[in-house]
Design a binder for this molecule. Structure first.
Ligand SMILES: *Cc1c(COP(=O)(O)O)cnc(C)c1O
Length: 359
């Protein structure tokens, strides 16, 4: 495809998309297909000879659309809403064209800087405490993750590194393995399954705190578990509070739980994946009261804020906790503005750090 054909085909695709969305309510929301339906409809291996563009595009309606669940249909009531909008689609086109990989400031300065500034804007819209913003000289800041699950994992790993370093500073003879054996994290029994999975990936025990009659985690239940575990010689270090649970949109009692986390010196992460967008509205902002007790906070603009998947916004008060935990310094990434965009670089490198931790 050369540029003149791209101009033509691109415009056709824009028309196809607008037709799709304008007529989406006429489609069956949930596809009437059996598992494996697709394999029998396409060749078993990539063809030796090219197919025409027209044939490929015809396959969209013939083969693909019959297997699509139409998340944007007005009759879609499953899972959670997932955002999509024309501006976001146009922005995706431009991102595809620039095709930048923003693993460091030097890899594409605009990429890192735009993200940092937009996360400040978004943080201000939520009225996050100043400590979460990067500003010109702040110690906090925001970084985009792919999903809320990733944000929870990144927070857990940063908290894990922080507590291990603190304990080793006090008692240098303690090995990482000896500390990790004793670490415990807590979340409500209503939390998203990704919290438990973060524990599995991070090699950390997660305790489910029984929620109350309103499906809310309360201070008393958390305090009881903390006391019990400390008495057993374990080390509580991480709590995840959910604001807007996936199953029923219940809220943990942040104003009760937050101060306990601060007293106990455990990292408090807030998962507001689904409900977080609502805090932008002044009438719902009170639901975020207590965020000042948290070390990290996350919500998904890709759920309820007109941004296409994937965009999960995460803030931390101390970006050193993330950059310090995940910093890698290979010679091929060195550049003369090393400190700019360190948060983005650290957070993007987190998954390779998880692997390296084990080896
Ligand atoms: C949807 C949801 C998640 C998972 O979000 P992903 O971005 O898909 O990882 C986590 N927590 C809550 C409360 C959710 O509603």
């Amino acid at each position: 495809m050369d540029s003149s054909e791209f101009r033509r085909r691109g415009k056709e695709m824009v028309d196809y998309i607008a037709d799709y969305l304008e007529g989406i309510e006429k489609r069956t929301v949930y596809p009437d297909v059996e598992p494996g339906y697709l394999r029998s409809l396409i060749p078993t291996a990539a063809p030796q000879e090219p197919e025409t563009y027209e044939d490929i595009i015809r396959d969209i309606e013939k083969i693909i659309m019959p297997g699509v669940t139409h998340w944007h249909s007005p009759y879609f009531f499953a899972y959670f809403p997932t955002a999509s909008s024309y501006p976001a689609m146009i922005a995706d086109m431009l991102c595809g064209a620039i095709g930048c990989v923003g693993f460091s400031w030097a890899a594409s300065p605009a990429c890192t800087e735009l993200e940092t500034v937009m996360m400040d804007w978004l943080g201000k819209m939520l009225e996050l405490p100043e400590a979460f913003l990067a500003g010109r000289a702040g110690e906090g800041g925001g970084v985009i993750q792919g999903s809320a699950s990733e944000a929870t994992l990144v927070a857990l790993l940063a908290a894990r590194t922080k507590v291990i370093r603190q304990l080793q500073a006090a008692s240098p003879e303690l090995t990482q393995a000896a500390i990790m054996e004793k670490l415990v994290a807590y979340t409500s029994d209503q939390a998203h399954s990704s919290v438990e999975r973060a524990g599995l990936i991070g090699g950390i025990k997660i305790k489910a705190i029984p929620s109350d009659d309103n499906f809310s985690m309360r201070a008393s239940a958390l305090q009881e578990a903390l006391e019990e575990d400390k008495a057993a010689g374990l080390i509580p270090f991480f709590v995840v509070v959910t604001l807007g649970t996936t199953s029923c949109c219940s809220f943990d009692n942040l104003l009760e739980v937050g101060p306990i986390c601060n007293q106990e010196g455990v990292w408090l992460h807030i998962d507001a994946a689904y409900a977080g967008s609502a805090f932008i509205c002044p009438e719902f902002r009170h639901l975020l009261n207590g965020v000042e007790f948290a070390d990290s906070f996350n919500f998904n603009p890709h759920k309820w804020l007109l941004v296409n998947f994937d965009c999960s916004a995460m803030w931390v008060k101390q970006r050193n906790d993330l950059t310090g935990a995940f910093k890698m310094d290979p010679v091929y990434l060195k550049h003369s503005h090393q400190d700019s965009g360190e948060l983005k670089q650290a957070a993007q490198g987190s998954f390779s750090s998880v692997l390296c931790w084990q080896c």
